[in-house]
Write a protein that binds this ligand. Structure first.
Ligand SMILES: Cc1cc2nc3c(=O)[nH]c(=O)nc-3n(C[C@H](O)[C@H](O)[C@H](O)COP(=O)(O)O)c2cc1C
Length: 279
């Protein structure tokens, strides 16, 4: 399934016109309720299948690398970013020749990140609603009226509440380790969450899944599926569309090869007997 962020540079309408495979819209709960309603309606009208509400960005993490590089959205031209562009000429050429940088789901509502440069941390801390609570999530879930997931659940208690408010999935995720320094890895939380709610909703393992073997481990532990960001983003940065296609091919062939090596002919053959834990 392909997932796209509320902060995406391509609109849900355009994506929908290009692909008819299952699609997920990732929702950020903004202070601006007009923006929230607009995102919800546009994703619904564009026939997105799943809504995922990100719940682990109540404020921005202390992204030290972003602070050091001065990374903003849209990118700001500084001496060091000019140097980066100069050493990777294709990035510069693409940036200048491939359509203007836009955040189409936001641009009618906010300046930050669209015409005003903003760091991601600053965007989260100023534009998102830090008072978001379970009631808000429940209302959103019923407004959406279809498959609905919380993205960023890391505890059994929250997983159970996700079931109570009507979610059909949760993404066990720590935002790729980009938010809370020292948080456990999603994989380490997975077993207890699957045991508590795995028969009531789809449990998706996310974060650090960068190889077919990582997927096999998560599926063996009981995850229904895996998802990831950098698993395709590095390939995208290095090789564009062809890079992403090659990465997906590699994941596929690794999954198939390693399942053969494990003597498994179908995903349902994967189980906890495949794993040993260090005590
Ligand atoms: C460049 C980048 C941009 C991201 N943007 C978003 C976003 O807009 N919304 C969101 O919920 N998560 C976002 N994430 C977090 C990912 O959805 C995901 O939780 C994380 O990347 C998973 O870890 P992985 O990269 O190890 O697979 C982003 C991650 C990266 C690396």
């Amino acid at each position: 399934m392909f997932g796209v962020s509320a902060l995406a540079t391509v609109s849900v309408e355009e994506i929908s016109s290009m692909i008819d495979t299952p699609k997920m819209f990732q929702f950020y709960f903004h202070k601006d309720r007009g923006l929230n309603d607009s995102c919800l309606q546009r994703a619904k009208a564009a026939k997105f299948d799943v809504m995922a509400l990100t719940v682990d960005t109540i404020t921005g993490g202390n992204r030290e690398r972003d602070l050091r590089t001065g990374f903003t959205s849209p990118p700001k031209l500084t001496l060091s970013s000019l140097f980066s562009f100069a050493t990777k000429p294709m990035w510069g050429i693409n940036y200048l020749t491939k359509g203007k940088f836009e955040l189409p789901h936001l641009q009618d509502f906010v300046k930050e990140g669209t015409s005003t440069n903003s760091s991601i941390g600053n965007y989260f801390s100023t534009m998102l609603d830090q008072s978001m609570n379970w009631k808000d999530a429940e209302q959103l879930c019923s407004k959406w009226g279809g498959h609905f997931a919380l993205k960023g659940v890391m505890s059994v208690e929250d997983a159970k509440r996700a079931v109570d408010i009507g979610c059909t999935g949760i993404m066990v995720s720590n935002h790729g380790g980009r938010q809370l320094d020292g948080s456990r890895s999603p994989f380490d939380q997975l077993a207890e969450i699957v045991d508590a709610v795995g028969d009531k909703l789809d449990v998706i393992c996310e974060g650090g899944i960068h190889r077919g073997t990582h997927m096999l481990k998560a599926l063996s532990l009981g995850a229904k599926a895996c998802s990831g960001g950098r698993l395709y983003l590095y390939a995208l940065a290095a090789g564009g569309q062809a890079g992403v296609e090659r990465a997906i091919e590699k994941y596929k062939s690794e999954l198939v090869r390693d399942m053969k090596l494990m003597g498994c002919t179908k995903i349902s053959d994967l189980n906890r007997n495949n794993l040993r834990f260090r005590r």
